[in-house]
Design a protein around this ligand. Structure first.
Ligand SMILES: Cc1cc2nc3c(=O)[nH]c(=O)nc-3n(C[C@H](O)[C@H](O)[C@H](O)COP(=O)(O)OP(=O)(O)OC[C@H]3O[C@@H](n4cnc5c(N)ncnc54)[C@H](O)[C@@H]3O)c2cc1C
Length: 419
């Protein structure tokens, strides 16, 4: 049962699906999208925030991530000098801002396209994102952020207490104000992944669900296909690694190099449907909240170094609930519908890993999107389509190439399979 494709995409989360969708617009390419549906798929765990500025300046999930890193480093310092000051925001490099903002700009058109041409509405909503200020520490944090992004001044707005309460009437009186990011919006992440996949399928991509890529075929230094557990052999000219938190394993099979992608666990919870409680997405130093178009509120999310564990645990969920009720006291009376955990594909510098690997033909990375893969899926699909077709890129991907990890451990690949 051998199949022949121009492109095989391993991993059908939001990143693989976006690549499949963009490639599917080329009617001359035969594309297969293969997904194992592993527990912990990040795209189906996500909050759906398109927080291009917020995440780039370390808010949203970033603030929780950074506080965890700070706590770890303080512990490592064992009472000596504190290495990281958690009151200072963690700003990502300009290359990431460019990547995130370009992706963000694609959403209005992408939404119209997927609704209009494929009947798939992923519920793009222009909500903005507000960083809620409770105390002096939060204010200093917010002022530092504004000082770091003078070029984005027109996308940032200060709200005093009265203005915040006017725009978010259910917010606690404890909140003194907010910093709002005007271009940071939201989508429904499940629907976004399904929309890309269905758009790709309608355009002729073959989708293989519940199928594991188990090995990689080679011809000399070229990747020439993959083996799977239930669908046989796939020959291809290009293999795209979109395997999320499992990308290191696939890169080792394909290239002999294990790219440094690690699972970063995130727990998140969902309330029952509510009348409109939030007008925009909110982020505090404890949690973030996003009310979806159907009235449910997502409250996220933890950042944990627990390998591939996807259990949900009381202290962590309780911490998120406490943070949410502090911000929106009415939430104390709301039922929780469910909670779950997903595995973010983390990289050491929090930047994605995109494009080719030195010395290997026919292989491209599309992984390591960590805490912003929903937001950055749009530009990733565009970039990977252009890389496959050897066309000029809308963005310099040098900062995202795997070769930046000079000390990537070169493990011996498993026995290369004959083509
Ligand atoms: C709690 C939480 C909240 C988040 N909130 C946001 C947010 O608000 N905004 C945002 O932009 N991002 C957010 N993220 C991050 C975002 O969800 C991820 O960056 C993104 O989903 C990564 O997509 P992916 O396709 O790379 O990985 P995944 O969605 O994990 O998909 C990878 C897929 O590859 C498959 N796979 C792996 N190995 C193989 C193999 N060998 N063969 C076949 N299939 C394979 C898996 O089954 C999986 O389905 C959040 C993440 C979490 C966990």
């Amino acid at each position: 049962m051998t199949k022949h494709y121009d492109v095989v995409i391993a991993g059908g989360g939001v990143i693989g699906a976006s690549c499949a969708y963009q490639l599917s617009k080329r009617k001359d390419l035969k594309v297969a999208l293969i997904d194992a549906k592993r527990p912990g798929n990040a795209s189906r765990a996500s909050a759906g925030g398109l927080w291009a500025i917020g995440e780039s300046v370390g808010l949203g999930c970033g603030v929780i991530f950074f506080r965890m890193m700070s706590a770890n480093r303080k512990r490592e310092a064992q009472g000596s000098a504190v290495l990281v000051d958690s009151s200072t925001p963690h700003i990502l490099p300009q290359s990431f801002f460019d990547f995130a903002l370009q992706s963000n700009e694609l959403y209005p058109r992408l939404h119209r396209e997927l609704v209009g041409m494929h009947g798939m509405d992923f519920k793009f909503e222009e909500t903005g994102l507000k960083f809620v200020i409770y105390d002096e520490e939060d204010r200093l944090y917010a002022e530092h952020i504004v000082g770091c992004i003078p070029h984005l001044a027109d996308q940032v707005r200060w709200l005093d207490q009265a203005a915040l309460r006017a725009s978010e009437p259910t917010i606690t009186h404890e909140a003194k104000g907010a910093l709002e990011f005007l271009c940071d919006h939201q989508v429904n992440p499940f629907r976004l992944t399904d929309a890309y996949t269905e758009g790709a399928r309608q355009n002729g991509v073959d989708v293989y669900f519940n199928t594991n890529v188990t090995g990689v075929l080679h011809q000399g230094n070229r990747v020439s296909g993959v083996t799977t557990d239930v669908a046989g052999l796939f020959h291809c000219s290009t293999l795209i690694n979109a395997a999320g938190a499992w990308a290191a394993e696939l890169s080792l099979q394909a290239t002999g190099i294990e790219i440094p992608v690690k699972p970063v666990k995130g727990q998140i919870l969902l309330t029952e449907r509510m009348p409109k409680l939030l007008n925009g997405c909110l982020t505090t130093s404890d949690c973030y909240m996003a009310q979806k178009d159907n009235g449910e509120i997502l409250i996220g999310s933890t950042t944990e170094d627990k390998g591939f564990d996807v259990s949900t645990t009381y202290p962590e969920i309780n911490g998120l609930v406490q943070g949410a009720v502090r911000c929106i006291p009415e939430l104390a009376n709301v039922n929780l519908k469910r909670c779950w955990a997903g595995l973010r594909p983390g990289s050491p510098d929090e930047l994605p890993i995109l494009g080719p690997m030195d010395g290997v033909e026919g292989y491209l990375n599309a992984c390591g999107h960590f805490r912003t893969g929903i937001l950055t899926s749009a530009i990733t699909g565009v970039l990977l389509d252009k890389l496959v077709n050897d066309e000029a890129l809308p963005l310099d991907i040098t900062p995202f190439l795997a070769r930046r990890f000079a000390a990537v451990p070169e493990k011996k690949a498993k026995q290369a399979l004959p083509a």
